[in-house]
Ligand binder design. Sequence first.
Ligand SMILES: Nc1ncnc2c1ncn2[C@@H]1O[C@H](COP(=O)(O)OP(=O)(O)OP(=O)(O)O)[C@@H](O)[C@H]1O
Length: 685
Amino acid sequence: MELQQFDSNDNKKNVLKIVKNVNRVDFTFRNINHSVQVKVTKQTKKGKKKQVMRPKQILHNMSGHVKSGEVLAIMGPSGAGKTTLLDILAHRLKINGEGVMYLNQSISDYHIFKKLCGYVTQSDTLTPSMTVFETLSFYAQLKMPREMPLEDKLQKVEDVISEMGLNRCRNTLVGDNLKIRGVSGGERRRLSIAVELLTSPSILFLDEPTSGLDSSTAYTVMNAIRKLANSGRTIICTIHQPRYNIFDMFDKLLLLAEGNTIYFGDTQKSAEYFESLGYKCLPNVNPADYYMDLINTQIEDDIEQDGQSPILKPNQVEGGNGIDEELLLSSGTSTTITTQNHDESNHTKHTKVKRISNEELNRFKKVFIESEPGRLLKEQVDLIEKSEHTPFVYQETRGPSFWTQFRLLFYRESLNARRHPMALRVQVFQAIFQGILCGLVYLQLGLGQNTVQSRTGVLAFVIMGLSFPNVMSTINVFPEVVGIFLKDRASNVYNTLPFFLAKSFMDIMLGIVLPIVTGTLVYWMSNQRIYPFYSAAVFFKFILVLVVASQCALSLGIFISSSVPNVQTGLAIAPLVVILFFLFSGFFVNLKELGRGWVWMPYISFFRYIIEAAVVNAYTNVTFSCTQSQMLGGRCPIQTGEEVISNYGFNIDNYWRNIGIILLYIVAFRCLTYMVLRIKSRNRF
Ligand SMILES: Nc1ncnc2c1ncn2[C@@H]1O[C@H](COP(=O)(O)OP(=O)(O)OP(=O)(O)O)[C@@H](O)[C@H]1O
């Protein structure tokens, strides 16, 4: 059946009422087929290799039914399609194919669904510099209805803290275990879940909730999840080989292999099902390990090469027919099976047994539909499909206003800046060091002929010195911010514009102080102007050039950083862009002498406008002196600053024009970043 896209007018009129108690919702999905386009190499008739796009089916006819209060675990080998299925079920990934999902008896509507569900990602994308309580109250104010009084929101925060057992660490920073020490891994995972609980979701999706946690912490987290289900929520999670006591917490199990259902049904009945297929899981084996080892056909070759195989196929043991299996369990989780072989020695030994073959896996895929659990699932899903699809009834609520979003996001940015003292200290140190170094190298420049080179050099050095670190540090830091933003956008916590403005305002504030520090030191130490009358205006114009240069570099940095797929690419691209722009700034190449092919470059190089503004400011109304020996034809080779300006191919009237152009560059880089963020965060469903 074709998926009903979530634009049903009837449903759109209704908006969910967010209530304090959990709405009980059964969740059903039916015949989900999903494919992606992949590049494959094809041989042409002429024997050449050509890359073409081909559809690759990731999910095949996936169906399932989870009642409120139940936990469904989606398990399968790596690449089986667990994350793809979870993302589709959570309405985070658009189905490229067909399928339909139901909330109770209603066909799921995107907008209603988003209000009803919570999604906990595999990695804890939280702001490290906020405490547990601050994180929850930040999200409470953004996620809960505008009409709800603040006290009620804070009460909900307290409830959630108690529910997830976070009282002990409520005032501890979240941290990231790298730059900021914070809560433990288990506490961070529970905080991620707590954030989702603020809106009392009826359905909670969790992607690998226990990954990266030690087994006892994983148990504590799963225990908390189990309690959430007991309170009426519907829980769907992907999980990798859980230990037995965790596996035992699941009500339902969906076992996937190569995008096909191998088993869907009661967890407790899964052993019986596999036994009916001829694969008995012995009583003291963790079934999760057994199933995963059994169907993980992909790693067979590697294991063969290693000469080890941890799984045996009970009915097909090398060199034996009737089998007495004995299981040796190491630390209760790994499945090592040895068999008593009834051949010549009768000694217990490790027997090399293959995992199931691909043909056998294909049999598993086919037999499930005809099996008892397969028929039961079909009956349940067909029942929902045939029932009358009544829309949800709920009351409209509004999220926080634009200004509330901006205020909260700006507050988060300011906390981030304040609580990263090292980063701030390093930047201040860098600014002072650079100012002093530059000041010492170009100490007290005079107005002799030889100072012209140094006077321009100091300008280029200080501009580059402020710009380059700004671009590079932004590329290092911004991706983490974008990661949090994208996660929040995926849950519709706030809009792109308030986030973008809050970030930009904070950048502007921080990006003003450092150029002022460096610029002041350089200006006075290198003796940029010696005429007191002009000094104040020239000084402020010099600082203004540095401030806009610094802002332009920051804006370029966030643009590059937001556009590239990862930090490494950003770090590779950014220096090239900066160096190329700087090359055509007019400092290294005389703009009048540029070859035909390059004349356009100075027009797009924002450094050209910055250097021109700085040179014009530094050399206007300056007179140079020279010694007798320096004179050429009875006059100084360079007599005025205006000559220097002209020699560089610059125009003396261009100071304010250039400041305007650089401001336009800043706005353009920021607007482009905003557009990239919008595109990236566009709802994929
Ligand atoms: N956009 C895509 N383009 C190409 N292949 C894709 C795409 N998305 C998923 N796949 C492929 O689909 C299969 C299932 O991917 P998925 O991430 O859902 O698996 P998984 O079971 O979650 O794996 P893991 O446990 O390793 O995370 C994989 O083979 C993957 O390479």
